[in-house]
Write a protein that binds this ligand. Structure first.
Ligand SMILES: [Fe+2]
Ligand SMILES: [Fe+2]
Length: 199
């Protein structure tokens, strides 16, 4: 499904961006764990589907790419003298994962599409952060190009997950479920209080 056929993405509230820019070190501590979890998610998907070579190939690359995001983000924390924190519970991701239906085929479809929507929201938020850093004068302004590059990478990952869904399922099944999950993602996103976190 081409990007232009996806339902329009409702932008994250300004209150979220204000919370992030108001405590950027807290955001970075959360961001670094999100990248590690994204790599873990790709590894988990790979482990579940040893019989799907196309999916395995993509997950190998994705796990490494997300781990390289983790490495780059961790180095940023270290460069700024920010001590990493233990992983926090992620209400947004947990709520999205609750939408994944049981049953071998439904489970795979939902898992791929939830991953696509997570990547899409991540791309939107990294792009917003990149713009905001570039326009400001904070000590983190030099990170604007890093966040712009991450935004492009996560947007590409969204497309990769939708393409994988298209390999396994009919276009109609992908479109229908993607629209349902998209609506659910929007209401979950809007229900959460603004915080200096990725989600
Ligand atoms: Fe990433
Ligand atoms: Fe990603």
């Amino acid at each position: 499904m081409p990007e232009q056929d996806l339902p329009p993405l409702r932008p994250s509230p300004q209150s979220w961006l204000d919370a992030v820019t108001g405590d950027f070190p807290a955001f970075l501590r959360d961001h670094v764990s999100c990248e590690k979890k994204a790599s873990g998610m790709a590894l988990n998907i790979a482990s579940h589907y040893p019989n799907k070579p196309v999916l395995l190939r993509v997950m190998c690359d994705l796990a490494v790419e997300e781990l390289s995001h983790w490495r780059e983000t961790m180095k940023i924390l270290l460069d700024y003298g920010i001590e990493p924190a233990p992983d926090q519970r992620d209400t947004y991701v947990n709520a999205l994962q609750h939408l994944i239906r049981r049953g071998p085929s439904l489970y795979l479809l939902d898992r791929l599409l939830v991953a696509a929507l997570l990547e899409r929201r991540g791309a939107e938020r990294f792009a917003r952060i990149g713009e905001s850093l570039a326009a400001g004068t904070s000590r983190f302004a030099a990170l604007a190009p890093f966040y712009r590059a991450l935004a492009a990478s996560e947007a590409r990952h969204c497309g990769v997950f939708i393409e994988l869904a298209g390999v396994e399922f009919s276009a109609a099944a992908v479109t229908c479920r993607l629209h349902e999950l998209h609506a659910a993602e929007e209401s979950i996103m809007l229900s959460l209080p603004p915080a200096a976190r990725l989600h």
